[in-house]
Design a protein around this ligand. Structure first.
Ligand code: TYD
Length: 131
């Protein structure tokens, strides 16, 4: 599957922790958009789509959630619970997020501006698209 775990350096000292992220250094694309999800209730499943072109890195800044990935051949579930770990997801991967803790803040760095035409929101359409 075309995903990669990225570990960010933690610049910690007695005052606390700091993580810095720079495009094309720790992130393999130009960052055009940043968004984040919070106050997501635990029973909710978000995502449920794939992208035709968009690449993303997901980072759970606080709390935890689960990330379910599917490239049409292989499925993988990743526990997101570490603010210094990013998951790089290419295009053509179906993703769902679940099991959000009350305090979960899920940050997404994206390679493109928001474009509804880039979304594949039906799972069967996704399987047909990647064939
Ligand atoms: P949605 O795609 O449903 O989120 P998720 O993938 O987590 O299920 O997006 C929720 C709403 O936010 C929807 O109305 C579209 C809007 N939105 C933007 O305006 N810009 C963005 O960058 C994103 C990701 C969503």
């Amino acid at each position: 599957m075309k995903i990669k775990r990225i570990l960010f350096d933690i610049h910690g000292d007695e005052r606390g922790q700091l993580v810095a992220i720079e495009e094309l250094k720790s992130i393999p694309f130009d960052i055009k958009r940043v968004y984040y999800m919070y106050n997501t209730t635990s029973k909710v499943i978000r995502g449920k789509h794939a992208h035709k072109k968009l690449q993303q890195v997901m980072i759970c800044l606080n709390g935890f959630c689960k990330l379910h990935l599917d490239d049409g051949e292989e499925k993988q579930t990743i526990d997101l619970n570490s603010p210094n770990e990013g998951i790089y997801i290419t295009n053509n991967i179906w993703r769902e997020m679940s099991d959000f803790s009350d305090d979960c803040v899920l940050l997404v760095l994206a390679s493109e501006y928001y474009d509804e035409n880039d979304y594949i929101r039906d799972y069967q359409d996704f399987l047909n698209y990647i064939k």
